[in-house]
Design a protein around this ligand. Structure first.
Ligand code: HEC
Length: 512
């Protein structure tokens, strides 16, 4: 039965009234923000404004940024331009997922690809050990500093994409470094010439990248879209986009990607489904430009019907992520989603071989291995408990629990020193780092580089003679300690130096 005209008119009036009461976030966005943050909120001069990308930025903080802008950046202050109701509508909008998942396939990735025109240097342009350089990630103003690890002097400071995410990764010879950002930008930098060579946007919201054992391929793991992107490590040209879904077709975010050099493969941790993937990098993994994976539509340039990046699925009972690999890469330890135990998965046979009850949410990705009483062990901090767990990685049993000042994030060890360093990342003692004697499994020293300010992320020099610790503040620092005497040697001012990565030590390690 047709609706009567007066009723329809009332309905229209009512909508018009509502529109006046609550400002239209989408219209305000199009008018004030789209030019920098992109029409679909995917980013532009400014970062992407999607809920996953905003991550730890809370709505109240987002409102503050919109009101006051960000000093020394292009983000303007809208106070006085927009009223509180409008700002509220914009905050609500940026924390609302887009109605349709934005497209980010081969065509978009290829269109974002750029080379800078710089040519890799023929020799290092500095007089320092190229394998003892550090890449310091400064998220305070989105730069990296390349630091001479012999003299602790900055060699160069370079701008990066907004909000780097996951550790930088070096080519197997240490010649190049690859960076990934929260918004999916991948950048390649020459570690001899200290210049940027190329960039590409491999996803909309990205977790991290890994470099294949032979240095030929970059694998990028994305949350949004649910995909893996394979790039040519030489110039970051996209080679393949692999949609991520389990055997039943349920899509999943990628938690992290890892290189497993002895296996000549990549290992992929999946967030939402009970599978782990292994992607062997064999002779069939050829660099065919524009090659797209099976069900990716723009596969116009496929020349070889054989799949160059075949996926081996390891089926599990529940999702696991945050991996630690044994040194031979036969077994990985992963955290079960329930957060109360760790499972050991044998990668050759493709199944679980042990389970360890560890209720404190171990942070396996930044655990470290060492020898203790003739046994191969690793120590892992916990994100929830004030403790370190020491695990025998041959028998897969917990051998000790060590109480710390608070939950921690990063632990680092080096074969040249008996001291492993762990940070306290949460709670009232977040300004402390603690030193573990790996011979006795006793904490022997607590160091507060800058009392009252969070300290974290330790990295050794190539020879293990010094340990570098970050003071995580906008006007922060990297503090250098003598790794034997534990005395402070030097303080280098940095803008929120969230992490620092030594070329030689990272080449020998697995995680981020
Ligand atoms: C002239 C360009 C420009 C305009 C216009 C602009 N922004 Fe920004 N915005 C930026 C840049 C650049 C940043 C990153 C600042 C930094 O480096 O921290 C940013 C950062 C932000 C952030 C913080 C993101 C994060 O992850 O930390 C929010 C939220 C934001 N903008 C919202 C808005 C909204 C809403 C509007 C419209 C009312 C708007 N912006 C208009 C350039 C702009």
């Amino acid at each position: 039965m047709p609706r009567s005209r007066p009723a329809l008119a009332a309905l229209v009036l009512c909508w018009a009234g509502m529109a006046e009461a609550a400002p239209d976030g989408a219209a305000l966005y199009a008018e004030n923000c789209a030019e920098c943050h992109g029409e679909a909120r995917l980013g532009g001069t400014g970062p992407a404004l999607l809920p996953d990308n905003l991550g730890r930025l809370k709505p109240a903080q987002a409102a503050e940024v919109i009101r006051g802008g960000r000093a020394q950046t292009q983000m303007p202050a809208f106070e006085g331009v927009l009223d509180e109701a409008a700002i509220e509508a914009l905050v609500a909008l940026v924390y609302t997922p887009p109605e349709t998942v934005p497209e980010w396939g081969m065509a978009e990735i290829r269109a974002s690809h750029e080379t800078t025109g710089a040519v890799p240097a023929e020799a290092p342009i500095y007089d320092a050990d190229p394998l003892n350089l550090f890449v310091v990630v400064e998220t305070g103003d989105h730069h990296i500093t390349i630091l001479d690890g012999d003299r602790f002097e900055p060699l160069r400071r370079l701008p990066t994409a907004f909000a780097l995410h996951g550790g930088p990764k070096f080519s197997p010879d240490g010649r190049f470094v690859y960076l990934a950002s929260r918004d999916g930008w991948i950048e390649k930098i020459d570690m001899w010439g200290l210049e940027k060579l190329a960039k590409v946007r491999a996803g909309i919201n990205t977790r991290n990248l890994a470099l294949s054992h032979d240095g030929r391929f970059v694998l990028v793991g994305n949350y949004l879209p649910n995909s893996l992107t394979v790039l040519d490590a030489e110039d970051l040209r996209p080679l393949a986009v692999i949609p991520v879904a389990d055997i039943r077709g349920t899509g999943s975010r990628v938690s992290a990607v890892y290189a497993a050099p002895p296996r000549q493969s990549f290992i992929v941790a999946l967030k939402d489904v009970a599978e782990i993937w292994e992607i062997p990098i064999g002779p069939r993994a050829v660099k065919v430009s524009g090659l797209a994976h099976s069900n990716e539509s723009g596969a116009e340039e496929v020349v070889d019907s054989a799949d160059p990046f075949p996926i081996r699925r390891i089926l599990l009972d529940e999702p696991v992520d945050d991996f630690f690999f044994t040194p031979d890469y036969r077994v990985l330890l992963g955290s079960a989603r329930s957060g109360d135990r760790v499972v050991a998965i044998h990668l050759d046979v493709g199944r679980e071989i042990a389970e360890l009850p560890l209720p404190g949410m171990p942070h396996l990705g930044s655990a470290a291995a060492f020898e203790w009483q003739g046994r191969q062990v690793m120590a892992t901090p916990h994100l929830r408990d004030a403790a370190l767990s020491v695990i025998d990685i041959e028998r897969f049993e917990v051998v000790d629990e060590i109480e710390t000042l608070g939950p921690g994030f990063f632990l680092r060890a080096h074969p040249a020193t008996p001291y492993a360093w762990v940070d306290v990342f949460f709670g009232p003692d977040a300004d402390a780092v603690q030193v573990l004697d790996t011979r006795t499994l006793e904490l022997v020293r607590t160091i507060r580089p800058s009392p009252g300010t969070t300290a974290g992320h330790v990295e050794f020099t190539r020879d293990g003679s010094h340990a570098l610790v970050s003071v995580w503040a906008d006007e922060g620092a990297v503090v250098v300690y003598n790794a034997h005497t534990l005395e402070e040697v030097k303080r280098i001012p940095m803008r929120r130096p969230v992490g620092k990565y030594n070329v030689h030590n990272r080449l020998a390690a697995a995680g981020d």
